[in-house]
Design a protein around this ligand. Structure first.
Ligand code: HPA
Length: 265
């Protein structure tokens, strides 16, 4: 497998793969179910982040199993989607953001593969958490369709599953956040530890709590995602077509000797 698509809220089926088959991978963190197939001669794995039928809430997702499982399948690159609320008036509902930084406000999530022991203490560099090469392809693909895709944005990851208070949103905005969601951390963190190139297309589904009138609901988030799934799919398909075969970035070497960890499996 070369590329994985991790589908967030509203993106439950890529609908683009041929020779589809369900796959089940065992990992030290538990099993992972995904769909494998082929697009344009490229082997692709599709993993719905919240499980089949959106049954797993953000704080219960087995992020380590997901990323370990993809690595085990030989995945070299991940294109993920996330639904996000916006704190930035310039990033409007229905627009895409190719995020380039995150702020981590999660609380109780296992967020590393490196737990000490024989591997020692590992501190990984996150100066550039998202793969610049995949981000560039997403930018080009979105532009080719004339879609508004903001180049760069700071994703604030909350623990969820509740939405935020307006006071929290004001604080996140002061800290430099543009968007708020509940799933990108530790997904992006673990992908980098696993040496997998990772980028996310964030779809703005709403203005964050307190910025719009009235309460925020999961239903409105899902409805906006549904309206925009087709556009996300177009962009992902275009990226699959244009990604260069060789990886010209440094994501694979974020962890020196990182392969050792996965050899044990
Ligand atoms: N907050 C947190 N997560 C979200 C939001 C939001 O406003 N919209 C979509 N996912």
């Amino acid at each position: 497998m070369e590329v994985a698509i991790i589908g967030g809220t509203g993106v439950y089926d890529p609908g683009i793969l041929t020779d589809r088959k369900e796959i089940n991978v065992q990992t030290p963190y538990g099993p992972v179910n995904a769909m494998a197939g082929v697009y344009n001669g490229i082997e692709v794995v599709f993993l719905p982040r919240h499980g089949v039928g959106h049954s797993v809430p953000p704080h219960r997702i087995n992020y380590r199993a997901n990323i370990w499982g993809l690595r085990r399948l030989g995945v070299k690159r991940i294109i993920a989607t996330t639904a996000v609320g916006s704190l930035n008036p310039k990033m409007r509902p229905g627009e895409m953001v190719i995020i380039d930084q995150f702020l981590d406000f999660t609380k109780g999530r296992p967020s590393t593969f490196f737990e000490g022991g024989p591997h020692g203490v590992v501190h990984v560099d996150y100066t550039e958490p998202y793969c610049p090469e995949i981000r560039a392809e997403i930018r080009k693909a979105a532009a080719s369709f004339g879609y508004q895709a903001h180049d760069g944005g700071v994703y604030v990851c909350t623990e969820g599953p509740r939405f935020e208070t307006p006071a929290e949103i004001r604080m996140f905005a002061k800290l430099g956040g543009d968007l708020v969601g509940m799933t990108n951390v530790p997904e992006v963190v673990l992908a980098r530890e696993a040496g997998i190139c990772y980028a996310t297309i964030s779809m703005v589904t709403n203005y964050a709590a307190g910025m719009a009138t009235g309460p925020l609901t999961h239903e409105e988030v899902v409805a906006l995602m549904q309206e925009n799934t087709q556009r996300l799919r177009q962009v992902i398909v275009a990226v699959l077509k244009t990604l260069p075969k060789a990886q010209n970035c440094s994501c694979q070497s974020a962890v020196p000797n990182g392969d050792l960890l996965f050899k044990e499996d």
